[in-house]
Design a protein around this ligand. Structure first.
Ligand SMILES: Nc1ncnc2c1ncn2[C@@H]1O[C@H](COP(=O)(O)OP(=O)(O)O)[C@@H](O)[C@H]1O
Ligand SMILES: [Mg+2]
Length: 367
């Protein structure tokens, strides 16, 4: 959707953006994050041509934006900044409908839309439409900034630290609203922040910038699990471990399960376990549904009859984890149980894999 092709931006002798290449997909909420001065705002302003690249080019839907009329381009790209700058002498309704009016949309069309958008951010039009900006709180004004960017129904929305001046509660609320709006309207959103919590909460993908370079682009979970270098690690590592743990799915450290059927014999199981050096086996019924597990110790106790079926020695009380469980859930489980492996089941009670307790504990220790 939006592609940077080897873009550079230089002021005098300072290289502010260095060989920047990136594709932001349609309908994606892409978060650019990095320390102050790393080039986030410059990168964003090149998308709506408030800043022109020194080298390279940017395409939107394969059109080089350098060939487009910048004013027309900007009308089709919503833009939200920290100080949203609502016009003080216009009502909320008039502020929000400014761009639709500039685009010569029909009054009835944008009127209905403005009302709909106001309700979307929990500002009842009958109460707020005729108010002036100074009659709204900071959080409410910022909501208006967000819906003003949406009013003309642009495909792309650029948001440069839009919530960073807000108190933590308003900020959380606006983040939640943005997530809802995005799910509903499927805009392509480029969101700049220096707050990693915000990035991890909002992003489909995060791009981390350092000194004008893009150092890593990944989904939040990948970023946490596989930071590309020490800079990213430190940047991400400032988060609390609990935050990491609550986000990381256990499937990340899952291994393939060794399974047998309940109607197989302990003799078969013993051979299989010796061969694969297993302490514990996962047992399935004929429909491949999870039944329980069998340990090597349980089998040794039955050595007098090698033809005993596994269903007679099965342990059905072992703890299991759902495929949607997180490392946090696993940590809680490891505190209370001692089994060597824990099966991971999907909704249909089928075994997706296992978590090895020793390896999981070692992994958690590195978080
Ligand atoms: N108009 C300009 N002239 C010279 N240097 C600039 C100008 N605009 C930005 N810079 C420099 O470019 C770098 C990146 O700035 P910016 O994109 O605003 O960073 P960020 O948004 O990540 O904080 C900074 O070092 C800044 O000082
Ligand atoms: Mg900035």
């Amino acid at each position: 959707m939006i592609t940077f092709h080897n873009v550079c931006k230089t002021y005098e002798k300072q290289h502010v953006i260095k060989d920047f290449s990136l594709t932001i997909h349609e309908g994606e909420l892409f978060v650019l994050i990095g320390p102050s001065g790393s080039g986030k705002t410059t990168t964003m302003k090149m998308i709506n041509r408030l800043i022109e690249p020194t080298k390279g080019h940017i395409t939107i839907k394969d059109n080089d934006i350098a060939t487009l009329n910048p004013v027309a381009l900007r009308r089709n790209i919503g833009y939200v900044i920290q100080q949203i700058g609502l016009l003080p002498h216009l009502t909320i309704q008039e502020n929000v409908s400014l761009v639709p009016r500039l685009k010569q949309m029909a009054v009835e069309e944008y009127h209905a839309r403005v009302q709909e958008l106001m309700r979307m951010v929990a500002l009842e039009p009958s109460t707020f439409a005729e108010r002036y900006p100074h009659e709204l709180s900071g959080g409410q004004q910022q909501r208006i900034g967000v819906i003003r960017a949406l009013a003309a129904d642009p495909d792309i929305i650029l948001m440069d630290e839009p919530f960073s001046a807000l108190d933590p509660i308003s900020r959380e609320q606006l983040q939640d609203e943005l997530i809802r709006i995005q799910q509903e309207l499927k805009k392509t959103i480029v969101f700049v922040t220096h707050d990693m919590n915000e990035a991890l909460k909002l992003a489909d993908r995060v791009g981390i910038m350092q000194n004008g370079h893009l150092v890593q682009v990944d989904a939040p979970q990948q970023l946490l699990a596989h930071p590309a270098n020490d800079f990213v690690k430190t940047f991400v590592g400032n988060q609390h471990n609990a935050m990491l743990a609550s986000l990381l799915p256990i499937t990340q450290i899952m291994q393939p399960a060794h399974t047998m059927y309940a109607h197989q014999t302990i003799k078969e199981a013993q051979t299989f376990m010796l061969k694969h050096q297993l302490d514990m086996l996962i047992i399935l019924d004929r429909q491949e549904i999870y039944m329980g597990s069998v340990t090597i110790w349980a089998i040794y106790q039955q050595h007098y009859d090698p033809e005993t079926l596994l269903q007679d020695v099965i342990q059905s009380t072992v703890a299991v984890l759902s495929h949607s469980a997180t490392i946090e859930d696993l940590t809680a489980l490891l505190h209370v149980q001692t089994q060597p492996i824990t099966p991971v089941l999907n909704r249909d009670q089928r075994v997706m894999g296992v978590i090895n307790s020793t390896e999981a504990a070692a992994y958690i220790a590195t978080l």
